[in-house]
Design a binder for this molecule. Structure first.
Ligand code: CA
Length: 242
C-alpha cells in the first residue's frame, strides 16, 4: 500500500484511475492542475506521483521540473506521445517511469508497483560491495562509499563531491551508488540495466542520458573524464581521478 498523488485534469479518467488504484490497496489523493499538484506534494509527501502531462494551467514537463526542485518523490508520467525524443525529455526532467495514453488502470498499477519496489528506502543491501555471492560471512560493507573526493551514502541517499552535496535525481543517485559500490571495475550496460533499472526493455540511450547528467553534476565531460569512464564496447567504470 502506498499513498499516491494522481494529477489528472480529466474527471472521467481521474475517477476511473482512483478506483483501480484504490482496488490495488493504495490511498489516492488527486489534483487536477499543476500548481495544485506541487502544493499537494509539499503538504502530503506522497510515496509516488502519477502525473498527466496535459494539464490546463502548466506544461506537464515544467510541473515535473518544478516538482524535482522540491522533492525526490518517484514520478510516473502519463504521456500521449510515444517517441524517443519525448521519453528522453521526460527522463531528463526527472521522471522515474512513464505510461503512454491510452493505458489501462492495471498497467498503471503494475508500473507503480515496480517503481515503488525500485525506490524502496532500505538500499544498503542493494549495493553489496563484492556482489551478492560474497555477502555471506563477510563483514558488512561500510555504509559510506568513498571514491576519491566523492562520498556516497546509500542508506541516507546522499552524495558529496569534495564536501559539496550533489543534487541528484533518484535514478542518477541509484546509478552513482551502484558504480561507487563497484568502483574500479568496468560494469557492463547490461548489468546496469538489470541491477539499477531492473527493466530489460530500457534503451541503452536511457543510461547515456543519466550518465551525461551525472557527468555534468560531477563537473566533467565525456571527452575529459575524471570519475566516469566509458570503456567503449564494454561498459562504464567509476574511478578516483589521478
Ligand atoms: Ca489531461
Amino acid at each position: 500500500m502506498a499513498s499516491v498523488l494522481l494529477v489528472e485534469d480529466d474527471p472521467v479518467i481521474r475517477s476511473a484511475l482512483i478506483e483501480v488504484l484504490s482496488a490495488h490497496g493504495h490511498v489516492v489523493h488527486s489534483a487536477s492542475q499543476g500548481f495544485e499538484a506541487l502544493r499537494e506534494v509539499t503538504q502530503r509527501a506522497p510515496d509516488v506521483v502519477v502525473l498527466d502531462l496535459g494539464l490546463p494551467d502548466l506544461d506537464g514537463t515544467d510541473v515535473l521540473r518544478m516538482l524535482r526542485g522540491i522533492s525526490q518523490v518517484p514520478v510516473v508520467v502519463a504521456t500521449a506521445r510515444d517517441d524517443d525524443a519525448e521519453v528522453i525529455k521526460l527522463l531528463n526532467a526527472g521522471a522515474d517511469d512513464y505510461v503512454v495514453k491510452p493505458f489501462s488502470g492495471g498497467q498503471l498499477a503494475a508500473r507503480l508497483g515496480a517503481v515503488l519496489r525500485r525506490t524502496a528506502p532500505p538500499a544498503a543491501a542493494a549495493y553489496p560491495a563484492g556482489g551478492p555471492e560474497q555477502t555471506a560471512g563477510v563483514p558488512a560493507a561500510p555504509r559510506i562509499l568513498q571514491v576519491g573526493d566523492l562520498q556516497v551514502d546509500p542508506p541516507a541517499r546522499t552524495a558529496y563531491l569534495a564536501g559539496r552535496e550533489l543534487r541528484l535525481t533518484r535514478r542518477e543517485f541509484d546509478l552513482l551508488a551502484y558504480l561507487a559500490a563497484h568502483a574500479d571495475q568496468v560494469v557492463s550496460r547490461r548489468r546496469i540495466l538489470a541491477d539499477v533499472w531492473r527493466q530489460p526493455y530500457v534503451e541503452d540511450q536511457t543510461i547515456d542520458v543519466h550518465l551525461s547528467a551525472l557527468r555534468r553534476k560531477l563537473g566533467e565531460r565525456a571527452s575529459q573524464p575524471r570519475y566516469l569512464h566509458t570503456v567503449r564496447g564494454i561498459g562504464i567504470k567509476l574511478v578516483a581521478p589521478r
